[in-house]
Design a protein around this ligand. Structure first.
Ligand SMILES: [Zn+2]
Length: 66
């Protein structure tokens, strides 16, 4: 997923190694910072979001519009 709550901010990850909690399922999310892609959050185990994986550039762009 692109944005998740980190403290009181809903945002994409800034750096590798960041962790937060999924607002939907309460699962652990870890930062993914691809070299040529948009930084995003990935579920550590089991994804609750049917739209989120795999997240190619096209898909991320589409979610950005929404
Ligand atoms: Zn989740």
């Amino acid at each position: 997923m692109l944005y998740a709550w980190v403290g009181d901010q809903k945002r994409a990850p800034f750096a590798k190694g960041e962790r937060t909690t999924c607002p939907d399922c309460g699962g652990l999310l870890s930062a993914v910072i691809p070299v040529e892609n948009t930084p995003h959050w990935r579920h550590k185990a089991g994804d609750c979001d049917p739209w989120s994986e795999p997240e190619g550039p096209w898909h991320l762009g589409w979610k950005e519009i929404l």
